[in-house]
Design a protein around this ligand. Structure first.
Ligand code: 5GP
Ligand code: ZN
Length: 112
């Protein structure tokens, strides 16, 4: 059993409401949604944070953004937020890289 909950979800060993999966990433619903639609896109490979990204991860991160964009389009979201929290001070709680896709508000969401 991995100590990382998102590695466990990526491996299918912990339950999650999976919205999309391919060989590199998994997207699933956030357990405590902060918006009407709140999906997390994670790499299957364990990377702790944006702070630990290497040049070689550039394609993977780009793929995460495109997966989020496609999920938003499929759901006909007029607008949405894509957020990486980086480090404890940046509000990161789970140290497995994840991109938040937030949307579905009835009125413009405004700034953070
Ligand atoms: P962070 O603050 O690290 O950027 O965001 C972590 C997110 O993961 C939070 O929005 C939190 O609700 C979500 N989360 C934490 N544990 C779990 C879990 O076990 N399953 C799911 N689906 N989401 C989780
Ligand atoms: Zn992990």
């Amino acid at each position: 059993m991995s100590e990382c909950i998102f590695c466990e979800i990526a491996a299918g060993r912990s339950p999650a409401s999976v919205e999309y999966e391919d060989e590199r990433v998994v997207a699933f619903q956030d357990i405590y949604p902060k918006a009407p639609l709140h999906i997390l896109v994670i790499p299957k490979k364990h990377i702790s944070s944006v702070a630990d990204l290497e040049e070689a991860d550039a394609d993977l991160v780009s793929h995460m953004v495109f997966v989020a964009k496609k999920l938003a389009e499929q759901r006909h979201l007029a607008g949405y937020k894509l957020i990486f929290n980086v480090g404890k001070e940046g509000g990161q709680i789970i140290f497995h890289l994840h991109l938040h896709l937030l949307g579905g508000w009835e009125k413009p969401a405004g700034e953070i």
